[in-house]
Design a protein around this ligand. Structure first.
Ligand code: NAD
Ligand code: DAU
Length: 352
């Protein structure tokens, strides 16, 4: 048996594949387009591992996906592939529509064709797990309850709207065609291999190279942070024990205002790698123009996955932040490679 992962050279997908194989599970076929966010260096620890088959390709290429599914006959498909950065979706939404909506549709069509060829035992064992985001639910006020699975979808960015559309397609393929799907909607992740366009790796990187630490607006937007390894363990648990057609929200009960997150990272860096002038990294914080349509608060109500699936996060916010800072300090060659070339163009455009 194998599993088929899409987007497994990106941040969460790579962590998932590495953890999956480290735990001794089945081989993985990993389909990734290798966009700017996909990086084979994330998978370097799997070099020579016969249980990892990497294929460079696009989920929009239905023929390729059909061929791979027929060849490898996976017992599960886990869809991580997406355009994932909100700010990029504001500058250039087209790729988000293509990959997140059209790509999910093509992938579902390919899976539906393969599912139709399975025998009853294969059908009952098969799962399509769609990895989605809490951003589909929109924005909360300070007094609103956290996002439950029953919360109405109110996406506010081209990114979240495209993910919302993909979630609806996945739901429709279950109800219309009986495809055995489960969807997970997770809060903000952080950890190893995250591309430094996202807040936490961007702050660590900028701090270390002496650049400003850009805080959008008043810095009081709240995010509910979860260590990536805990997201991956939740996906494994839902794959094993999630009920068909259900949605599971995933979160670590770790709501923080962005300003507090940045200050916490600066404080860890002050001890782990003090500035040569002995000043505080927090001195580099700079307030910049806000993100258009910036969601104020996300918060996850994770009671369903805890009660039904028996999942809980292993990391506390403190342990997760410390681990992450240490990883970026220990992996400066990885950071140097991903922050060369086109990364510079993005930073120049976004923070000019
Ligand atoms: P990422 O941007 O780091 O990685 C995305 C990966 O998908 C890259 O390797 C990229 O090359 C690949 N990809 C993009 N378009 C593709 C296509 N058309 N065909 C095949 N591969 C393609 O993203 P991430 O942060 O790892 O997020 C993974 C998934 O998890 C996404 O679906 C995202 O919406 C979801 N998610 C992310 C977070 C988060 O905090 N990062 C939280 C919740 C959910
Ligand atoms: O909630 C889950 C989502 O989390 C995922 O679906 C997305 O793929 C992922 O990118 C993330 O979205 P956010 O927009 O919340 O993450 P980002 O790291 O871009 O920003 C986190 C917060 O920090 C957000 O309120 C914007 C703010 N920010 C971000 C950047 C890049 C800043 O203040 N300054 C910055 O330079």
């Amino acid at each position: 048996m194998t599993i088929f992962v899409t987007g497994g050279a990106g941040f969460i997908g790579a962590n998932f594949v590495i953890d999956w194989l480290a735990a001794g599970h089945e081989p993985v076929v990993n389909l990734d387009k290798l966009t700017y966010a996909g990086n084979l260096e994330n998978l370097v620890s799997l070099k020579g591992n016969k249980k990892h088959v990497f294929v460079q390709g696009d989920i929009c290429d239905q023929g390729l996906v059909e061929k791979l599914l027929a060849e490898h006959q996976p017992r599960a498909v886990i869809n991580f592939a997406a355009e994932s950065h909100v700010d990029r979706s504001i500058h250039a939404p087209e790729d988000f529509i293509q990959t997140n909506i059209v790509g999910t549709f093509r992938l579902l069509e390919a899976v539906r064709a393969q599912f139709a060829k399975m025998n009853d035992a294969q059908k009952s064992a098969f799962r399509f797990l769609h990895v989605s985001t809490d951003e589909v639910y929109g924005s909360l006020s300070l007094t609103d309850p956290a996002f439950a699975e029953t919360k109405r979808y109110e996406p506010n960015s081209p990114y979240s709207a495209s993910k919302a559309a993909s979630d609806h397609l996945v739901r429709a393929y279950h109800h219309t065609y009986g495809l055995p799907v489960v969807t997970t909607n997770c809060s903000n992740n952080y950890g190893p291999y995250q591309f430094p366009e996202k807040l936490i790796p961007l702050i660590i990187h900028n701090a270390l190279v002496g650049k400003p630490l850009p805080i959008y607006g008043d810095g009081q937007q709240i995010r509910d942070w979860l260590y990536v390894g805990d997201h991956c363990s939740a996906i494994r648990a839902v794959l094993e024990r999630g009920r068909l057609g259900e949605v599971y929200n995933i979160g670590g009960d770790n709501e923080r205002a962005n300003l507090d997150t940045v200050k916490a990272l600066c404080a860890i860096l002050d001890i782990a790698r003090p500035r040569s002038d002995c000043k505080a990294y927090a001195d580099q914080m700079t307030f910049v123009n806000d993100r258009p349509g910036h969601d104020r608060r996300y918060a996850i109500d994770a009671r369903k996955i805890i009660a039904e699936v028996g999942w809980r996060p292993a990391e506390t916010p403190e342990s997760g932040f410390h681990k992450t800072v240490k990883w970026y300090l220990d992996n400066d060659a990885w950071v140097k490679n991903v922050t060369s070339g086109t990364y510079r163009n993005w930073v120049a455009q976004q923070y000019q």
